[in-house]
Design a binder for this molecule. Structure first.
Ligand SMILES: [Zn+2]
Ligand SMILES: [Zn+2]
Length: 343
């Protein structure tokens, strides 16, 4: 079968490899679609610093089970499934406390839990192997476009669930970056709260997309953006800011426009540093959290919203042979929503 591999530093190749066999408690999924994520570009850009050359890429996979391993009774051949991004152990303290995206056993302090495309062969292939318990039923959701629900859906869901107490009617939420994650995040916010939504993106077409998805105000980032957000909130600041970009300019924008007691969620891996300060002029009580992926409970909520057609991943498909074009289009910011490789 064909598989997209990070074969050596910064080099993606389409290789012909054996079709894998599921082990005990695993299933084999015939991949219907695999989403591309900015973190895939991040792996390519890490060069020598990435330790796992030879893995098949792709952490946003969905498809149809075509073989089950010994002992699997929960799933059957023919089931349409979404493969969870977070392969937690399910039994450590973090997992049983509902923080499985911070699993102690498969992740630990300095890493993230095991994940397809990151620590095991992923979804950018004709077939993938996954633990049965991390394959969630898709119901009637089309598997071709479902893969991004496990990251572009899950990651915003976690960030949003961590600020639920602030999403009151009358509150203002700023979403920075209306790409793969941001366009789903806006839809989740629209579906679950009555807060006012401000979208920020440097690309006017992405701001138009945000307006279509229900953003009340759209702003291009610039020297006046923080002042615009303050003006929109009577000078007080935004209650919640979710930064899906995370470069220094967007993190600075969040710091300059968050309200007292506001909540900032840093999601994008842009490397920006939040200027936390004990100075008297900084807003009091600001709560800042880096946010990684999400919990199994979050993912069930994402699937429920998708099944109700309240969130929809917008995507462009590429045949797996054209994987390089898909990566190039992602890097160039040309995509509306996600790119999906179809094996
Ligand atoms: Zn990702
Ligand atoms: Zn665990």
């Amino acid at each position: 079968m064909r598989a997209v591999k990070l074969s050596s530093p910064s080099t993606l190749t389409l290789e012909d490899v054996d079709i894998p066999e599921p082990g005990p408690a695993e299933v084999r999924v015939k991949v219907a679609g695999a989403g591309l994520c900015h973190s895939d570009l991040h792996l390519v850009d890490l060069g020598d610093a990435w330790p796992a050359f030879g893995l098949t890429m792709g952490h946003e996979g969905a498809g149809i089970i075509d073989a089950v391993g010994v002992g699997v009774t929960s799933h059957s051949v023919g089931d349409a499934v979404l493969v969870n991004l977070v392969w937690s152990c399910g039994t450590c303290r973090a997992c049983v406390e509902g923080r499985d995206n911070a699993c102690e056993v498969t992740g630990g302090r300095d890493s993230f839990p095991s994940a397809p495309g990151l620590t095991a062969d992923g979804a950018m292939a004709e077939y993938m192997i996954a633990p049965a318990r991390h394959c969630l039923p898709l119901g009637g959701i089309d598997p071709v476009g479902a893969g991004p629900l496990t990251d572009a859906g899950l990651t915003p869901m976690r960030a949003i669930n961590s600020v639920l107490d602030r999403l009151t009617p009358g509150a203002t939420v700023v979403v920075i970056g209306i790409g793969g994650l941001g366009h789903v995040g806006l839809q989740i916010l629209k579906a679950i709260c009555g807060s006012r939504l401000i979208a920020v993106d440097q690309d006017p077409t992405k701001l138009a997309h945000a307006a279509e998805l229900g953003a009340d105000v759209t702003l291009e980032p610039g020297p006046e953006t923080a002042a615009r957000i303050l003006a929109e909130t009577g000078g007080y600041g935004a209650d919640v800011i979710i930064d899906f970009v995370g470069v220094q300019a967007t993190v600075d924008l969040a710091a300059a426009s968050i309200a007292p007691e506001g909540k900032v969620r840093l999601v994008g891996l842009g490397g920006g540093a939040y200027p936390a300060s004990a100075a008297i002029e900084a807003p009091w009580g600001v709560n800042i959290q880096r946010s990684y992926a999400g919990t199994r409970a979050d993912l069930l909520q994402v699937l429920a919203l998708a099944a109700q057609n309240k969130i929809k991943v917008e995507y462009t498909t590429y045949p797996i042979d054209d994987f390089q074009q898909a990566f190039d289009d992602l890097r160039a910011g040309k995509l509306r929503g996600r790119a999906i490789l179809v094996p």
